[in-house]
Design a protein around this ligand. Structure first.
Ligand code: FES
Length: 147
């Protein structure tokens, strides 16, 4: 475990926002084309602001740490603000991930995007940050097979 820094370890050992949300406003998921692991993110939204976020992740420690930090970061943000986060922002907030584990953070970016997409669909919203988003796209970064 020496390759992981303290922030990553903290979010892995004691993840925030883990579990199933009761009565979410939207749910999104993403399965990694690299490892087959899956992350599900649930959100509650009020007046365009994400008031709560929770995750269920069938994945490695880095995916769990990414889920934890990402759900913390999107709480209190508008949908557009949350859409602007990329996996690099989550990695930065975690103080870095080892290179072979970068793809694990993509699960958080994509599961969040997918949840917001479902919310926008249900509410007839057009969000700038979803322009060009295709929920069926498997390899959003085109770089996921490098480990
Ligand atoms: S999410 Fe599958 S190895 Fe990290």
């Amino acid at each position: 475990m020496g390759m992981y820094n303290e922030i990553v370890m903290k979010h892995f050992m004691k993840p925030k926002n883990a579990g199933q949300m009761e009565d979410p406003d939207a749910v999104g998921s993403f399965g990694s084309p690299v490892c087959g692991d899956i992350m599900e993110i649930s959100i509650k939204v009020k007046d365009g602001v994400i008031t709560d976020a929770m995750f269920m992740t069938f994945g490695c420690g880095s995916a769990i740490a990414s889920s934890s930090i990402a759900t913390e970061m999107i709480k209190g943000k508008t949908l557009e603000e949350a859409l602007r986060y990329t996996n690099d922002d989550f990695i930065a907030a975690l103080g870095g991930l080892p290179a072979p584990k970068v793809h694990c953070s993509v699960l958080a970016e994509q599961a969040i995007r997918n949840a917001i997409y479902h919310y926008a669909q249900d509410h007839g919203l057009t969000l700038e940050g979803l322009a060009g988003y295709d929920p069926d796209e498997v390899d959003p970064h085109g770089e996921l097979s490098n480990d």
